[in-house]
Design a protein around this ligand. Sequence first.
Ligand SMILES: Nc1nc2c(ncn2[C@@H]2O[C@H](COP(=O)(O)OP(=O)(O)OP(=O)(O)O)[C@@H](O)[C@H]2O)c(=O)[nH]1
Ligand SMILES: [Mg+2]
Length: 429
Amino acid sequence: MASSFVIACVGKPSAGKSSFLNAVTDASAKVGNFPFTTIEPNQGVAYYAIDCPCATYGLSAQCKPRHGFCKNGRRHVPVRLLDVAGLVPGASEGRGLGNQFLDDLRQADALIHVVDASGTTDDQGRETRGYDPVNDIQWLRSEIEQWVAGNVERKWGGTVRRHVATRSSAVDTLHAQLAGYGTRREVVQRALDGVAGAVDAQLEQWDAAALRRFIGEFLDVRFPTIVALNKIDMPDADKNIAAILRRYRRPAAAPVSGRPMLRDGVSEGNIVLTSALAECFLRKMAAQKYIAYATGDDDFQTQGEAGGEGLRPMDDKVRRRVENIRDLVLFRYGSTGVQDVVGRAVEALGYVAVFPVKSLVNFGAPGGAFRDCVLVRPGTTVREFARKLHSQAIDEGYAGAETVGGIQLAEDDVIVAGKNNIIKYSVSA
Ligand SMILES: Nc1nc2c(ncn2[C@@H]2O[C@H](COP(=O)(O)OP(=O)(O)OP(=O)(O)O)[C@@H](O)[C@H]2O)c(=O)[nH]1
Ligand SMILES: [Mg+2]
């Protein structure tokens, strides 16, 4: 069973969304230095990398993932990535390709906001110089907020009347309003919990400010966001990055709580520096055997360098370009950053990788060890996962579950990585 959740790349036109998709997937989406190169969403499969249990059990040679791949004990679990049309100011009122873009977000579980940190695109996505992107994160968030708030506020009077007449619970009423955004009830509940104490428990007592406060909280929960500060290879990127990081730095005096502090829906730890262009170029050079490079590496090798055996020679122009990337991106920032963005998006969702196996002795070897790995929502229980496997035999004939070491699992045990995420189900005949 392949993973079914979706991460969407969002941002203004020409920020580098399609380039980002091409950098982390096998897609070849059209890229252009003019606004609205992308109209219909492009899709690709990216990989979330985790330590694979095959290494722990000495089964790396027999590890045969049904989806994704495993290399040197690192499991690459597929996740779907969506690259949508660019968003311009006023999109929530239909400007640009506004509503279409926003509609595409309904399928997304998390967002990657690609920001052009080089200052070479203006707010409409046109080529320029010296544009200051410091407000871009806040702007995108308010655009999404306008979209949701506009819809909810317009109907609020009727919503409250029905709520009172039908004596529904707050969570049911709000869920009915927000279900159109691909929202599960549990997400609405978490958002309500988040504002408890700050707004009245009775919906009919909510004023405009209370409703806005709830919508802000709802967006935080519904659309976890990672920011890719892109185009770090360009001259002005440094100073723009510094200004953006300064704005989103967690105040030293901030209270320490279980969850990261969000501003405009973003936490400091979820801002990553990237060069999608560098990654695309390095991948191309590696595919053509000019360099030895794997995504996430902090350097590459060329012919004549240690580790560069068997590579092809480059002409001066190409050599200058790869050397430039080495100096401007890899040496300065440690990597092109793109893979890190995907990892953080999955982690922001709190997903857990689960390995269902038929045997806890050989884990499926020698035919193929650890064939399946499924990313599940946080809080998923052993029994819920059995249902999710879409195996009638396991679901209907459910007779118990066990993890490594002969430990029996209860139906309502929550699956936790490293604890009970290798599961063998038994079924009654
Ligand atoms: N220097 C540099 N240029 C980049 C980078 N990423 C993208 N670009 C360039 O930025 C321009 C726009 O890139 P796209 O990937 O088409 O941008 P987009 O966000 O998909 O744009 P729309 O589809 O129009 O919304 C292209 O000329 C890319 O080559 C980067 O990391 N560094
Ligand atoms: Mg595009």
